[in-house]
Design a binder for this molecule. Structure first.
Ligand SMILES: Cc1cc2nc3c(=O)[nH]c(=O)nc-3n(C[C@H](O)[C@H](O)[C@H](O)COP(=O)(O)O)c2cc1C
Ligand code: SF4
Ligand code: SF4
Length: 450
């Protein structure tokens, strides 16, 4: 939303030079018949250009602040780190940058423009992807060509938006975006289009003789942020080099919807345009900094009991996660080979063998009768009574910090009855323990199992 800060003009002071009228991007200031300046709206975007350019300080901006209220910096003090730009000149540079809407016709040298693009790469980028792309339009004719495709897009958009039936249908399918556009922008765009096509006046690029387009690959982690940070570095560098710039958001909006605009700049299908900077030299010079809306940074101290609880819980969970033990438990048959990947092998061939029971032979250790036959035998019960605490001890990572990934193999003759029954009994025993458990039976399906 625009800043709601209307300027006030002191008519006593005003010399009717007309500079404020010239720089006002919204045409809010107009010369009256008596030579005084009239403010033709109830509010404006508050860019402060009129205030910043008036040679006799006849304009005030009551809604804005001009002293940033910095507590640690002033032109005569501040931390000075050797080899570093002092903060005061840097801050002055930041505050002197204005969006230029009155360019001189001469373009900057191509080498200067390409250097500016390279300076853009000093910005940070998400995961250091540096997936940005800079396109330099060195001549006014290039800028106009980009202006043509953009104007064409808005001409078609305005035609649709001005049609009430089209707005109605668009609302049904795409919400009220087009209606909002119509109410907010239609008239201003119509007037800018008429200037572009009929009067040869460029209210899109404001006559900028060259431009830099900043795009980024969609596959980067934060393409838009990367492109905009590079953009800001370029804006500041240009200011420092005595150049003038203006961001041209209208082209970015058009390029979002019409892919051929990016293609006309030889950008790939996966590269989106995130900013367009009109570049050149200013025909006007501002006398002072523009004001800004006052802000109140919110001071929050998250140091209460809740934060402490969250921290403790996080620490506990982290510890648990780190310690979590994983166990691969499997059965096998010795006659098919002893496994080489197990770090512990138990031989259960001493347990009663269901193979010799005709009714149990065709079954596997997964079935209840076989399991009862093996596990509920005297040896089976004694063995499991000893094995279970041993297993718990081995899996307890407190006592075995070195080893967290176990592979335990349990073998009988053919790998179909006894070893399977023991593994299933252990699976049941471990089901409520804090272990990532994976179970399989290596040889259970073999025909020649015992
Ligand atoms: C994302 C973005 C898009 C902008 N698009 C335009 C634009 O299309 N035309 C224009 O004249 N100014 C554009 N501006 C410039 C703003 O109007 C300007 O930054 C604001 O009024 C404050 O003035 P200053 O830049 O001189 O401090 C854009 C600024 C931003 C950040
Ligand atoms: S603050 Fe900006 S938009 Fe408002 S009147 Fe001044 S120049 Fe125009
Ligand atoms: S810039 Fe100042 S002196 Fe010039 S017309 Fe505007 S208010 Fe008057």
């Amino acid at each position: 939303m625009a800043v709601n800060a209307l300027p006030a003009v002191d008519r006593e002071c005003c010399t009717s030079c007309g500079l404020c009228v010239e720089v006002c991007p919204d045409r809010i200031l107009l010369p009256g018949e008596d030579g005084g300046i009239n403010v033709m709206a109830e509010h404006c975007m508050g860019c402060g250009h009129c205030y910043a350019i008036c040679p006799v300080e006849a304009i005030s901006m009551p809604g804005l602040i001009f002293d940033l209220g910095l507590k640690t910096l002033s032109p005569n003090s501040g931390v000075q780190v050797s080899e570093r730009l002092a903060i005061e000149p840097l801050l002055n540079l930041m505050r002197s940058r204005r969006s230029c809407r009155s360019f001189k016709p001469d373009p900057p040298k191509l080498s200067v423009l390409t250097d500016l693009a390279r300076i853009g790469t000093t910005a940070p980028s998400g995961t250091n992807s540096q997936g940005w792309q800079f396109v330099v339009l060195p001549e006014r004719s290039d800028v106009v060509a980009l202006g043509e495709v953009t104007a064409d897009f808005y001409r078609r958009l305005n035609r649709k938006a001005s049609n009430p039936l089209y707005r109605f249908v668009a609302r049904l399918f795409a919400g009220d975006r087009l209606a909002r556009y119509y109410h907010r922008y239609y008239e201003a765009i119509e007037s800018a289009l008429s200037d572009w096509y009929e009067n040869g006046i460029d209210r899109l690029f404001h006559g900028a003789p060259s431009a830099i387009v900043i795009a980024a690959e969609q596959s980067s982690s934060c393409p838009q942020d990367d492109a905009l940070l590079a953009t800001q570095n370029i804006l500041l560098a240009a200011e420092s080099m005595g150049m003038a710039t203006c961001l041209i958001g209208f082209v970015v909006e058009a390029a979002k919807r019409e892919k051929h605009i990016a293609a006309s700049l030889r950008l790939g299908a996966a590269e989106n345009i995130y900013s367009v900077i009109g570049c050149g030299y200013s025909a006007l010079s501002f006398k002072r900094f523009a004001g800004r809306k006052a802000i109140n940074p919110r001071i929050i101290r998250i140091s209460g009991a809740r934060a402490k609880r969250n921290f403790e819980q996080g620490r506990r969970e982290m510890k648990q996660q780190k310690k979590r033990t994983s166990l691969v438990l499997y059965s096998f048959g010795f006659k098919h080979g002893v496994p080489v990947d197990a770090n512990m092998v138990w031989d259960v061939r001493f347990l009663p063998n269901p193979y010799w029971q005709e009714d149990l032979r065709p079954m596997s250790g997964c079935e209840q009768q076989v399991s009862d036959y093996v596990i509920k035998s005297d040896q089976g019960e004694k063995f499991l009574t000893l094995l279970k605490p041993l297993l718990s001890f081995l899996l307890d990572s407190e006592g075995n910090l070195e080893q967290k990934n176990h592979r335990f193999a349990i073998g009988c003759t053919g790998g179909r009855h006894r070893s399977v029954a023991v593994v299933e009994a252990l699976r049941h025993f471990l089901s409520d323990q804090d272990v990532d458990l994976e179970v399989f039976h290596r040889d259970m399906e073999r025909k020649e199992a015992d």
